[in-house]
Ligand binder design. Structure first.
Ligand code: GTP
Ligand code: MG
Length: 174
């Protein structure tokens, strides 16, 4: 069975996303609040069953606390088929750090620009197509709390593929 991981900074909406995707079929749960441990569940996409894992929040794969250690170890141990890198759309740069680390480690990535409702309210405009072009991975705007964008996110998980960080830097012009 293919494995999909949800990774991202603390408080970006990973667990809400996880609950929606798994349809409350989670085997372990400690919501609401901060996730220090991982949670596993299953979801169905186009008739196929996937394992889905909600990781604790992390700013980096070089852990500075227990949550980051758990996230790093899970990624290392379980070799996900796709990682949904969940980024707070109001703090894209902060989220890109971990995203680039994940890409550098060779994980197939899809980016969820979550909290896009808050970004919209704050008049933060993100050029999604441009970001997608530079990163070379699918980028989808989502609102985990309402479910907006989740259909597209799910439909693009199969597009997740490893990307060369050198090529990203070149496309970003640095
Ligand atoms: N407005 C808005 N709020 C959101 C969205 N997604 C999540 N939230 C809220 O953001 C808060 C954090 O959500 P969580 O799902 O717990 O975040 P997390 O990434 O799992 O956090 P950690 O486990 O601590 O890393 C909760 O209060 C959610 O209701 C969204 O798209 N829009
Ligand atoms: Mg969580």
């Amino acid at each position: 069975m293919k494995k999909i991981f949800l990774a991202g900074n603390p408080n970006v909406g990973k667990s809400v996303l996880f609950n929606r995707l798994s349809g409350a079929r989670a085997t372990v749960s400690n919501y609401p609040g901060t996730t220090v441990d991982f949670t596993k569940s299953r979801m169905r996409i186009a008739g196929k069953e996937y394992e889905i894992v909600d990781l604790p929040g992390a700013f980096s794969l070089e852990p500075k606390d227990k949550a980051e250690e758990v996230a790093r170890d899970m990624l290392k141990k379980e070799k996900p088929d796709a990682v949904v890198s969940v980024i707070d759309a109001t703090a894209v740069e902060r989220g890109l750090y971990l995203t680039l680390e994940l890409i550098e480690k060779g994980y197939p990535i899809v980016v969820a620009l979550n909290m896009s409702d808050v970004a919209r309210d704050r008049k933060i405009k993100i050029d999604v197509r441009k970001l997608e072009e530079i990163l070379g991975v699918p980028v989808v705007e989502t609102v985990a709390t309402t479910g907006s964008g989740l259909k597209e996110l799910v439909s693009r998980i199969e597009e997740a593929k490893p990307v060369d960080v050198g090529a990203i830097k070149q496309r970003a012009g640095r």
